[in-house]
Design a protein. Structure first.
Length: 183
């Protein structure tokens, strides 16, 4: 009797060191980079430089979403394929650490929740669609996940009051500080 209440969305942007000029990648190119199939930026229109992959550590919600949305796909037969992130990726414990490593380490690529985007890193369009709140909301940007609250049965009492608050204008003003509003 599970009830799902979507309270926000979390966009996940592919980002590179600011010195790199990689304006757009296809979803397949991103998958190939993070799996180690593509190892030099020349293979995606960039400089002749070995790609350094930065990822969140196992168990991270952002990593789990990235794996589900980017690394796993259906092949031509319609069968699910799980592609692991390359073993020599620089693993970080937080989005903030990912941002710091990418901003200070040449030839790096990683992914961040939209709430951690800044001028310290350069975001990359996916299939020529920029990672923006507007593009998540209109459905043209594909790397995002819903953030949900769950109840066993219809929410009641304090749980209902909390869900009603978080979905209210006041609650969504808090959500928008780090995430994309549900409305």
């Amino acid at each position: 009797n599970l009830h799902i209440y979507t309270i926000a969305y979390d966009g996940i942007a592919v980002v590179v060191n600011p010195a790199l000029d990689i304006p757009s990648l296809s979803l397949e190119q991103v998958r190939d980079i993070f799996s180690g199939k593509i190892t030099n930026f020349t293979e995606v229109g960039g400089p002749d430089a070995k790609i350094v992959v930065v990822s969140r550590e196992e168990g991270s919600g952002t990593r789990t979403a990235f794996e589900e949305l980017v690394m796993n796909y259906k092949d031509e037969k319609g069968e699910s394929v799980e592609t692991p992130i390359v073993e020599d990726a620089l693993l970080q414990q937080s989005n903030g650490q990912v941002s710091t490593v990418i901003s200070t380490t040449p030839n790096t690529i990683g992914y961040l929740s939209f709430g951690y985007l800044s001028d310290a890193v350069k975001s990359v369009a996916i299939d020529n669609v920029a990672p923006t709140v507007e593009n998540v909301k209109n459905g043209s940007y594909s790397i995002y996940r819903p953030l949900n609250l769950l109840t066993n049965g219809e929410a009641q009492g304090l749980a209902k009051a909390f869900i009603d608050f978080i979905l209210s204008d006041a609650g969504q003003k808090i959500v928008v500080e780090d995430y994309i509003t549900a409305k």
